[in-house]
Design a protein around this ligand. Structure first.
Ligand SMILES: *[C@@H]1O[C@H](CO)[C@@H](O)[C@H](O)[C@H]1NC(C)=O
Ligand SMILES: *[C@@H]1O[C@H](CO)[C@@H](O)[C@H](O)[C@H]1NC(C)=O
Ligand SMILES: *[C@@H]1O[C@H](CO)[C@@H](O)[C@H](O)[C@H]1NC(C)=O
Ligand SMILES: *[C@@H]1O[C@H](CO)[C@@H](O)[C@H](O)[C@H]1NC(C)=O
Ligand SMILES: *[C@@H]1O[C@H](CO)[C@@H](O)[C@H](O)[C@H]1NC(C)=O
Length: 429
């Protein structure tokens, strides 16, 4: 079923009107006729309701134990609960500094709780933010930790925590101590040089944010390093035959398959670095403008290429191009989130040549519909997910920490996209 845009707009306005508890006719008149938005089903325009979102938040917190699970959850909480404080918020870098007060929309308590948890269990003498055999994964907590340090003065209760030294040690470890390829790509593993697509979500967004936070004093080299790591990784992992990323290169085993979650990690990490960079003054320099264009093109190529392998029920297979693998909800949610983000980049960040195609946007809506069908509304678990500790197998107990976070990110990105088309429609009048 296709829904025409005016119908779709009425649905959005109807739900907005209900949530604002005021009559529809008092909303500003909106003319959406010039917008070409293809929303495939009725369900595509309905939000995941608050009780279910709350269950998903709780499930994710219950089961997130590993470094990257906590780091990914911190980013998910940030994007869904405090969107204006994230790098996708219009004034997200640097974010507000005063987070005090229960009614403060910048409160970020759910994010800080994770940073403080990680600090509390960090062993004495550690050089990373979290114990792990991976180089990249502990750095996924870095943005939350930088925010904890940044907002510390407005939180008397956290005054005893030292975030600064752990942050400096973590950055120093990843830049100077961790193993690297001869051309400078930082290994995702500590015991050997091995590159995983996962790294792109874990580390470059942290390095970029570290460099961008203290504006107007931007640490240009750090922001550039975030971009450059993505460039180096792409040289090893991009498979030009299909336009998607392989999962693992180098080291004592490799994975040449196009692991869907890995492609999602890569594209999502690129967008976070892009958004961070664009909120600094660096963009006015030619090499940073070129870097932003690369990041946008590289994220777009993943998105547009992977949806070509979408299944009829809206999902992606665990290895997108391998028909012998199972249908995986985790990567489906993550790629939907990336697609909504790309489609809603502020107009100054769009521009030629690339953006998510209308077909990709439509695919993301179908993917989101699929995720909604696979969410258990009684307990909040997302069904049919890859085992996060054994990436070629389906999770037998059906529970994945990162998949729960991906659903929160998908919904945050969808909200961002919805606000964006309504805003565009208003300026079109
Ligand atoms: C943020 O809000 C929570 C309740 O949602 C409250 O417990 C907490 O004290 C607030 N944080 C600050 C710094 O005021
Ligand atoms: C942490 O905060 C302090 C005080 O604002 C600041 O001087 C320091 O540079 C910050 N550390 C990092 C790693 O951002
Ligand atoms: C690769 O090396 C690591 C550590 O050196 C080891 O733990 C792992 O079992 C090895 N894997 C294979 C497939 O050889
Ligand atoms: C943000 O990106 C747009 C589009 O590439 C560019 O025109 C603009 O200069 C960038 N701004 C900054 C501050 O990087
Ligand atoms: C949903 O969760 C409830 C509570 O855990 C469980 O009893 C029920 O079987 C689940 N439904 C499906 C379709 O798995």
């Amino acid at each position: 079923m296709h829904i025409s845009l005016p119908t779709a707009a009425l649905l959005v306005l109807g739900s907005l009107a209900r949530s604002l508890a005021r009559p529809l006719e008092r909303l500003p008149p909106i003319n959406l006729r010039s917008r070409d938005v293809d929303v495939p089903t009725f369900s595509s325009f309905l939000p995941i309701d608050d009780p279910l979102l709350q269950l998903i938040r709780t499930r994710a917190r219950d089961v997130s134990l590993k470094s990257w699970e906590l780091g990914t959850l911190a980013e998910a909480y940030l994007e869904i609960d405090w969107p204006q404080m994230s790098v996708f918020g219009a004034t997200g870098v640097p974010p507000a500094r005063n987070v005090g007060g229960t009614d403060n929309p910048n409160n970020i308590s759910t994010v800080l709780e994770l940073a403080n948890y990680a600090i509390a269990i960090r062993p004495v003498g550690a050089v990373t933010l979290f114990e792990d055999g991976s180089v990249g994964d502990p750095t996924s907590l870095g943005v939350a930790m930088l925010m904890a340090n940044w907002t510390k003065a407005s939180r008397a209760d956290e005054a005893h925590n030292d975030y600064d030294a752990p942050l400096r040690q973590q950055l120093g470890y990843v830049l100077n101590t961790a193993p690297k390829t001869p051309d400078g790509a930082i290994s995702h593993r500590s015991e050997q040089v091995q590159l995983w697509s996962d790294f792109i979500y874990m580390t470059p967004p942290f390095i970029a944010y570290y460099g961008a936070l203290y504006q107007p004093y931007v640490h240009q080299w750090l922001v550039y390093t975030a971009y450059d790591q993505i460039r180096l990784y792409r040289n090893y992992l991009f498979d030009s035959n299909v336009g998607l990323w392989k999962h693992i290169a180098l080291g004592n085993f490799t994975d040449d398959g196009h692991w869907s979650t890995g492609n999602g990690w890569a594209a999502a990490g690129m967008l976070r670095v892009l958004a961070t960079m664009n909120q600094t003054t660096l963009g006015y320099q030619p090499q940073f403008l070129a870097a932003q264009r690369d990041l946008q093109n590289w994220a777009t190529e993943i998105v547009n290429n992977i949806w070509a392998y979408q299944q009829s029920d809206g999902s992606l297979l665990n290895y997108a191009t391998d028909p012998n693998t199972f249908s995986d909800s985790a990567s489906t949610a993550l790629l939907a989130s990336v697609t909504f983000r790309l489609a809603a980049l502020p107009s100054y960040l769009r521009g030629p040549p690339a953006n998510a195609t209308p077909e990709s946007l439509r695919a993301a809506h179908l993917a989101r519909d699929c995720i909604k069908r696979r969410l258990n509304t009684t307990d909040g678990w997302l069904a049919q997910v890859v085992d996060p500790y054994s990436f070629s197998n389906q999770q037998t107990d059906g529970k994945s920490p990162e998949a729960e976070s991906f659903v929160l990110m998908m919904e945050a990105a969808w909200r961002g996209w919805k606000d964006y088309i309504l805003e565009e429609a208003k300026t079109d009048r």
